[in-house]
Design a protein around this ligand. Structure first.
Ligand code: ADP
Length: 502
């Protein structure tokens, strides 16, 4: 095992990796921008080094500077986390060229899966089912229309270099093709510096189900089974779970084997994820491979009992996987909520400020992976995800109840958060029955963001109001009353705050 590892990331994932380092007896080095000088990951790591100004391009994306820091401070390996430099082929290569170990797949595997079109070509060759569409970028709208005619509308235009839902456009009919293609190209050029766009058939009503794979340097590649990530807004995941209600043992086996085949074809090593669309008939299509640790990895950790971050480090340091496919026996159900600093009632507008209070849920089966604490500044430089709340229970029903309970315990003050919205999802009949697919959230967004507050919140508000009214009634009458009537007003102000009434 390594003696010292540099973590090229920030926030909750940097802390997650520091924890793995500590449990393995490995020293950790944090990097930070000027904006993060007082962030928890800086304090928790054994050493920390400033790498530049707040914008990512001037700090967390400065690969050369990060590698230089790793060498200077004597790190043997770099863990990139997710986002930032984690899927940049050049970075993985530069780390290796500097004589260090990149804790992730080989640069060649990142390249093979890096573009969606290259990944589709590779998948087709490995006999992995992909969504019908092209594997080559489109030349013009006429060609796009010809392809769409072949597969039938609606179709989806996708940036070959895409990620995070960027450069993606739904096209309902031929008349929309030209403007959508222009828009997708422009967006892709801006986001990724590449305007290659291809076309896929738009699958109606699918679920997003992905397979976690884990492979070592000695030819073992395992499927750690599925995660269900259909609760999405604008193609961004908000709530994830494992396993999936839609995955039968047969689908699980077939999807797992397919993912292992795709990963092996790319020469993959370490932890990675193959994303699939699962349609209503149980047919699945490979979407892409994410060549890194995923945000939602904890749900897999909880149901398999395998610490993915520790195994990433063990594999990178040359250890063999000691388990076989038949040893992977999932237990119970896990759910994750991404707690973001966004205002659901206001179109998920990012919310900034200083965290003035945090109460963290605890108790049986609750895990809190967070990057914030009281006093943390939440700005606009980085991702709005503040923390991940993850629960584990014997059944899905119990896991939903547990998440509901844990969300009720959670209080964050100082910024708006997604918490109330996620509470409503836990109370929603569709979600509870498991009848969710990727368009579900968008369809229900209005009612889930503007509906009356979750029943539990209203109940608590009513109790608070009653208690305050009681206190005020029983309190000895005040001699003078510059603010007579204030007690009731006070009670109602609190209720209104709790109920989000304006
Ligand atoms: P990105 O890399 O930008 O996240 P993906 O290819 O992973 O893009 O797709 C993101 C999401 O978009 C998926 O999880 C799914 O919700 C939706 N999606 C992608 N391709 C299709 C398709 N062919 N049909 C329907 N929905 C799709």
């Amino acid at each position: 095992m390594f003696r010292k590892v540099l973590i090229a990331n920030r926030g909750e994932i940097a802390l997650r990796i520091i924890r793995a380092c500590r449990e393995l007896g490995v020293a950790s080095i944090a990097v930070y921008s000027d904006a993060d000088a007082r962030a928890p990951h800086v304090r928790e790591a054994d050493e920390a080094v400033n790498i530049g100004a707040p914008p990512s391009a001037e700090s967390y994306l400065r690969g050369e500077r990060i590698i230089e820091a790793a060498r200077r401070l004597g790190a043997e390996a770099i863990h990139p986390g997710y986002g930032f430099l984690s899927e940049r082929e050049w970075f993985a290569r530069a780390v290796r060229d500097a004589g260090l170990v990149f804790i992730g797949p080989p640069a060649e595997a990142i390249a093979a899966m890096g573009s969606k079109t290259a990944a589709r070509t590779l998948a087709v060759a490995a006999n992995v089912p992909v969504v019908p569409g092209t594997t080559e970028p489109l030349n013009d709208a006429a060609e796009a229309r010809a392809v769409a005619d072949r597969f039938g509308y609606p179709v989806l235009l996708k940036a070959a270099a895409g990620g995070g839902g960027k450069g993606m456009r739904l096209v309902r009919d031929a008349s929309e093709m030209e403007s959508s293609l222009d828009a997708a190209r422009r967006e892709s050029k801006n986001a990724f510096g590449d305007d290659a766009v291809y076309v896929e058939k738009y699958i109606v009503g699918p679920r997003h189900v992905e397979i976690q794979v884990l492979g070592d340097n000695y030819g073992t590649m395992l499927s750690l089974n599925e995660r269900e990530c259909s609760v999405q807004r604008r193609h961004q995941k908000m709530i994830e779970e494992a396993p999936s209600v839609a995955v039968t043992p047969e689908i699980r086996r077939a999807m797992g084997e397919t993912a292992v085949r795709a990963a092996s074809a790319a020469g993959y090593v370490n932890a990675g994820t193959c994303e699939f669309l699962l349609d209503r008939d149980g047919k699945f299509y490979f979407l892409e491979m994410n060549t890194r640790l995923q945000v939602e990895h904890p749900v897999t950790e909880l149901v398999t009992g395998i610490d993915l971050v520790q195994w990433q480090m063990r594999i990178a340091s040359g250890e063999r996987l000691p388990f076989k496919q038949e040893d992977i026996v999932p237990r119970g159900w896990a759910i994750e909520c991404r707690i973001t600093s966004e205002d659901p009632a206001n179109g998920f507008l990012p919310s900034t400020g200083t965290i003035s209070y945090v109460h963290v849920p605890a108790g049986p089966g609750v895990r809190w992976d967070s990057g914030i604490e009281i006093g943390s500044e939440v700005g606009l430089y980085y991702d709005p995800m503040l923390a991940k709340l993850i629960v584990h229970a014997p059944t899905r029903e119990a896991a939903v109840e547990r998440m509901h309970r844990a969300l009720l315990e959670l209080t964050i003050e100082g910024v708006d958060t997604s918490r109330d919205f996620q509470l409503r999802v836990m109370e929603d009949a569709d979600f509870r029955s498991g009848a969710i697919e990727i368009q579900w959230l968008e369809r229900r967004l209005d009612s889930l963001t503007h509906a009356k507050p979750p029943a539990e919140v209203t109940r608590k508000a009513a109790i608070v109001a009653a208690l305050i009214a009681d206190r005020d009634r029983l309190a000895p009458a005040r001699p003078t009353s510059p603010s007579s009537g204030a007690p009731t007003q006070d009670a109602w102000t609190r209720v209104a705050r709790l109920e989000n009434l304006r």
